[in-house]
Design a protein around this ligand. Structure first.
Ligand code: CTP
Ligand code: MG
Length: 229
């Protein structure tokens, strides 16, 4: 679980994964979602380098069905994932990468990703159709193209992989000057086919201040209806 980002687009404050959502840090929600899926044995969190001890203590207090370990994250998301991969025991053969910034991911989505990998896909991403028309722009803010929207998807996490495929992709990409913004992007560079499954609207990423308002509302609705959270 990459959780070492600063959250610059959310605005000034503590690192994003440690910001509060409904009274608990986002990271705590995300960890509980993974553990609640019952398909995750171990969660490795890549925490902000200056907060590793704090995160260890915080997660140590949670009652979870999964084991937890905490490592120090890196300068980029790709770096943070690579560091977390190094902490995996040798007997692990399926790996999910899940953003701490997607705290409300439904446990059923996690299980669906695991199932797709177990059925034989080397790489699996949950995705949703995009609602806006997307333009490609050039260096001077001029539109250079309009891709067919029906072919576009916004991808989410958890993304699921055969451990060997993911680790090989990270090893090959180590030191690249253009870090990937998702892990599927890395294995694509290796020519691996990435399988898409249906994502979930509640697996959205908390990126900007308005996302936090949405997340608070989703959480309040779950609590009012006795759902997750
Ligand atoms: N992440 C990480 N290490 C980094 C950068 C990002 O582990 N060096 C993690 C974030 O903590 C987050 C996930 O990657 O859980 C997705 O990244 P993003 O939404 O971009 O989060 P931030 O980088 O924190 O936000 P921003 O880009 O606005 O600063
Ligand atoms: Mg970022």
């Amino acid at each position: 679980m990459p959780a070492a980002g600063r959250g610059e687009r959310l605005g000034p404050g503590t690192p994003k994964a440690l910001r509060s959502l409904g009274g608990a840090p986002m990271l705590v929600h995300a960890v509980h979602a993974l553990a609640a899926s019952r398909s995750v044995d171990l969660i490795v969190v890549a925490a902000p380098a200056s907060q590793v001890d704090e995160v260890k203590a915080m997660l140590g207090q949670q009652e979870l069905a999964s084991d937890i370990s905490v490592v120090s994250g890196g300068e980029t998301r790709q770096d943070s994932v690579a560091r977390a991969l190094l902490a995996l025991p040798s007997d692990v053969d399926v790996v999910l990468v899940h953003d701490a910034a997607r705290p409300l991911v439904p446990p059923e989505l996690i299980t669906s990703v695991v199932s797709a990998v177990r059925r034989g896909a080397a790489a699996v991403v949950p995705a949703v159709p995009v609602v806006d028309t997307i333009k490609q722009v050039g260096d001077h803010d001029e539109v250079v193209g309009t891709p067919d929207r029906s072919r576009l998807r916004a991808v989410q996490t958890p993304q699921g992989f055969s451990r060997q495929v993911l680790q090989a992709a990270h090893a090959r990409a180590d030191g690249d000057t253009d870090p990937a913004t998702d892990d599927a992007g890395l294995v694509e560079r290796d020519g691996v086919t990435v399988h898409v499954i249906a994502g979930h609207e509640e697996a959205f990423k908390v990126t900007r201040p308005i996302d936090l308002i949405l997340a608070e509302a989703v959480l309040a609705r779950r609590r009012a209806t006795g759902g997750l959270g």
